[in-house]
Write a protein that binds this ligand. Structure first.
Ligand code: TXA
Ligand code: MG
Length: 341
């Protein structure tokens, strides 16, 4: 056990956090997507501490965070013109680029791959920390492996206190789902993980991209080793309802489960919340539009877990815009997917 301090984002505390990174420690910090757990990306021992703190398998590579695109020269071997266009258009922002790795990056960061994942986050506190540290910072989401990503400092504390040095508290993360991971070493570029930057926005700048459909079961040779079954998951069993009849099917299922005496949680839009409450569910309100749903989805899973529900029900919100990232996370969090035509 080490003692974990939660710090408010004062200039003095940012300096302290930067110093902790420089001396090989672990600092959790907010980004615009989710909270990250950072360590000096050039220090193999420090990076090893990330894997230990999270309980993360070494086969799951990390994202390297930079304060500016010109830091690419240090961490990559070659940057194709397409990547420069994307960096120009979307950094700082929720886009992670897969690029050929520089020898300066230890193999542990990339799980032995010849490529490295890189992004410049769009959060003032993250940028101030990266700038003050003067280092590339390897940072996965700051949760225990397999759990949902943290969108508040409290979530980080729940998962990692006693295992990391510092948590910088910058309030709730504004986007709420992780960055879009784009492999620009492939042609056409491939979205390995849909995220906070939409496919539509990417395609408006670089034309068609391929979306790699996530597999439900782990198998050898996955394009992105983070794509395992049951990931980003709450502790309760979770059922996802898809298809045009999803809302009705969810309601019918809720009544059935309540009649059987089960304690059921529902992730509902504001418009759907009252009906679910009347049916006796513990309801977490997601708001109405996709940006709000994305921002609140992980917090909702954590909150329903804290309410001791046995079962969490949620419907799908489509695959347009941020819907694709939400769909991906719900699919991975679900223990069952029920399709209602
Ligand atoms: O928004 C985010 O991306 C957050 C914040 C903290 O920046 N970070 C994050 O990191 O979600 P993590 O480690 O939870 O997810 C990184 C994803 C994993 O799916 C991993 O497999 C993939 O990026 N990845 C990393 N390096 C890769 C590589 N060289 N090739 C393919 N996929 C890679
Ligand atoms: Mg993660």
């Amino acid at each position: 056990m080490i003692s974990t301090e939660v710090l408010s984002p004062t200039p003095e505390n940012i300096r302290r956090a930067a110093e902790t990174l420089r001396s090989g420690g672990l600092v959790a910090f907010p980004t615009e997507t989710v909270y990250g757990l950072g360590a000096n990306a050039l220090d193999e021992t420090a990076v090893g501490r990330i894997f230990a703190a999270k309980g993360r398998p070494a086969a799951d590579p990390l994202i390297v965070h930079l304060s500016r695109a010109d830091g690419l020269a240090e961490v990559t071997r070659a940057v194709p013109p397409l990547a420069l266009r994307l960096a120009e258009a979307f950094w700082p922002g929720p886009l992670t680029l897969i690029l050929p790795k520089s020898p300066a990056i230890p193999a542990l960061v990339t799980s032995g791959l010849e490529t490295v994942a890189v992004r410049v986050p769009n959060h003032p506190l993250a940028l101030a920390l990266l700038e003050a540290a003067g280092l590339p910072v390897a940072a996965p989401s700051a949760n225990r492996f397999g759990r949902t990503s943290p969108t508040t400092a409290q979530h980080v504390w729940q998962d990692l206190h006693g295992r990391i040095d510092l948590i910088l508290d910058g309030g709730p993360a504004p986007i709420g789902v992780e960055s879009t991971v784009l492999d620009v070493t492939a042609s056409p570029p491939r979205i390995l993980r849909p995220g906070g930057l939409t496919r539509e926005m990417l395609e408006a700048v670089i034309g068609p991209v391929e979306v790699v459909r996530q597999k439900r079961t782990p198998e050898a040779g996955l394009p992105s080793p983070g794509l395992l079954e049951k990931h980003y998951a709450p502790q309760a069993e979770m059922i996802l309802f898809t298809g045009p009849g999803a809302r009705q099917a969810l309601t019918a299922f809720l009544h059935e489960q309540r009649a059987a005496g089960r304690r059921v949680g529902v992730l509902a839009t504001d418009a759907e919340a009252a009906a679910a409450e009347q049916a006796g569910a513990v309801v977490f309100r997601l708001g109405e539009a996709l940006p709000s749903i994305a921002r609140r989805i992980y917090a909702g899973m954590r909150w329903l877990d804290s309410q001791g529900v046995e079962l969490i029900l949620c419907r799908d919100f489509g695959e347009d815009g941020l819907g694709l990232a939400v769909h991906d996370r719900l699919t991975r969090a679900a223990t069952r997917i029920l399709h209602a035509p």
